[in-house]
Design a protein around this ligand. Structure first.
Ligand code: ADA
Length: 574
């Protein structure tokens, strides 16, 4: 399944899921003579017993049958982490980053059977600035869906929906002309009982043109955590050269959108002009049985656990997530902090020659692909990177600038660990800190916060919303100790409980996100993560199979109580 709703009624879409041929190879351009394995797509190659710890290159192959002549758009939702795509033996495109989608057009394909090969690499080294040995595993393989779309010469590439109070919305549409002649298009849309027209649009051969208009939607109902009302926004593309602008539509695109605003007023975060307190989790896309390639069933299970614990927010630490997970968040009304890909990169790692361009690609793809999800209320970047240095700051400035230019409708943040040293707090709309008192730091939760807060206020953070973006403790599932020894489930439950009691009790803190939702596998190549028990970061309140630890109940009671308190407050204030 690609999305939780159909994106097209006109364009024909086929998902290439199932078993593909697979062969490990020793370099990315090697073409295997034989394919001894059959691996599932989507899937991680680590799911096969021969590749549980494989880091290297591999080639996936499948056959695609065409019954009629047509141009094709091949869409890859995520290949970990580098992909070369060959159609019928020709290299069509290359892409870096496991967590962003990419596509390529194959023009005028005649009826017949064609070989589609994807050469995949998950190694670390000079070619990789963002995937480095880390506290989460960079898995290998085609980890998200692959889609073949039959596209006309003239087609809708994407759209961006930006709601504004009232309700109004700016809708921008990107129309691509893959043909050799200039074309005129007409785009029409339907949303929330309204029909609208964008007027004529001329697109040069081989180019993409953009049209953007603001329309009114007086009958729209707002989207929120409590009432996650979604609407289908349907666009149709017509040949604008046809006299009455009519005829049969050439192409279409459907997105699911919600009417909501996000803004900051002083140190408050407001959704639809109402203050929200974020109660939630950091989550890695990782599961003991399937690695990073969670099927819908397991994603839904995660959402059900989040709901059961009373969470209203999830942070996609530390990379853009699968669209189906974001679709689920839209449906269930979970607020999302989505962040671009980077975790704890040192200044030296940020000085990697590819770091800036690979980050810029990731930010662009994340915003372009996910801008229509109402659940995303915050964009984040550069978790625990070198925001404590002048050189690091130049990267933060550049990335904030890029993110703001792509979407001015959501607040921006980054999670810092540089207590008393950070130099970038002034750049963010929300100040976020990862705080580990009781785990990495000896102070109590309250002591640590009281030490930190005046410094934050004096260092660019004054008057801004403050969010505790991570806190927690490690507890391998089943390690119980009546003396509440560090590393036991009891210790973890107590520390998380105490932290929530304190953070959620402070009006000046706009949210607390627990590190983390479930345990995740780590890269074993690098010293400090190699020492993690069982090769996992065990700070999940669920283990990697989603077995609940004692902390689940500690969280549930706190989140429920805080929700009830918030409801009480909003009733009192009307
Ligand atoms: C950091 C980091 C997380 C995780 C955590 C931990 O704050 O952002 O990815 O590594 O520490 O468990 O130490």
């Amino acid at each position: 399944m690609i999305r939780l709703f159909d994106q097209h009624r006109i364009r024909q879409v086929t998902e290439l899921e199932g078993l593909w041929d697979f062969a490990p190879v020793s370099s990315l351009d090697e073409v295997p003579e034989q394919y001894p394995y059959r691996l599932t797509v989507p899937g991680c190659w680590e799911s096969h017993p021969n590749f549980i710890r494989y880091r290297g290159q591999g080639v996936y192959r499948t056959m695609v049958t065409m019954a009629e002549r047509s141009s094709l758009r091949l869409v890859f939702k995520g290949v970990s982490h580098t992909a070369d795509v060959y159609w019928d033996g020709w290299l069509m495109t290359s892409h870096y980053n496991a967590y962003t989608p990419f596509d390529t057009i194959v023009r005028d394909v005649e009826p017949g059977e064609y070989e589609l090969r994807v050469h995949v690499d998950n190694t670390f080294g000079e070619h990789s600035g963002l995937h480095v040995p880390n506290d989460y595993r960079t898995y290998g393989g085609i980890i998200r869906p692959v889609v073949v779309e039959r596209v006309p010469d003239f087609w809708i590439e994407r759209m961006a929906f930006t709601p504004k109070c009232g309700w109004e919305a700016e809708i921008a549409v990107w129309v691509r002309n893959s043909s050799d002649r200039t074309a005129v298009a007409a785009v029409r849309g339907k949303l929330a009982g309204e029909e609208f027209d964008f007027g004529p649009l001329t697109v040069q051969a081989g180019e993409t043109a953009i049209v953007a208009r603001t329309f009114e939607f007086p009958n729209a109902e707002p989207w929120s955590h409590e009432h996650p009302k979604l609407y289908a926004l349907e666009l149709r593309l017509y040949d604008g050269d046809v006299e009455d602008g009519g005829g049969e539509p050439l192409d279409d695109l459907i997105e699911r959108v919600g009417f909501r605003t996000v803004r900051i007023e002083g140190d408050r975060l407001l959704v639809n002009d109402r203050e929200v307190v974020l109660r939630g989790f950091n989550r890695h896309e990782d599961h003991a049985s399937v690695g990073a390639a969670l099927p819908l069933q397991l994603m839904t299970q995660d959402i059900d656990w989040l709901e059961r614990m009373g969470a209203n927010c999830v942070r996609t630490s530390h990379y853009p997530n699968d669209e189906r997970f974001l679709d689920l968040c839209d449906e269930r009304g979970l607020y999302v902090w989505e962040e671009s890909h980077a975790r704890s990169l040192t200044l030296e790692q940020m000085s990697h020659p590819l770091f800036a361009s690979q980050s810029a690609d990731c930010i662009r793809d994340m915003v372009e692909q996910h801008i229509n999800h109402p659940s995303i209320i915050i964009w984040g970047l550069l978790n625990e990177c070198a925001s404590d240095t002048a050189e690091g700051r130049t990267h933060f400035e550049a990335q904030f600038r890029q993110l703001r230019s792509l979407d001015g409708s959501r607040p921006l943040t980054y999670a810092s660990c540089h207590v008393f040293k950070d130099r970038c707090l002034d750049l963010a709309d929300i100040v976020s800190f990862n705080l580990y008192p009781g785990w990495y730091n000896p102070e109590s939760v309250e002591e640590f916060y009281r030490l930190l807060r005046p410094w934050v206020d004096a260092s660019g953070g004054a008057g801004k919303p403050f969010l505790v973006s991570e806190f927690g403790a490690e507890a391998p599932y089943g390690y119980r100790d009546p003396g509440e020894a560090k590393w036991s489930e009891e210790y973890q439950a107590r520390l998380i409980g105490e932290s929530l009691d304190f953070y959620l009790g402070q009006r000046e803190i706009c949210g607390a996100l627990i590190w983390q939702f479930s345990d995740n596998r780590v890269d074993e190549e690098f010293g400090s993560f190699a020492s993690r028990a069982g090769n996992r970061n065990n700070k999940g309140v669920l283990d990697a199979y989603r077995r609940p630890k004692l902390a689940v109940e500690a969280v549930r009671t706190r989140f429920m109580a805080s929700t009830a308190q918030e409801r009480g407050r909003s009733h009192t204030h009307g």
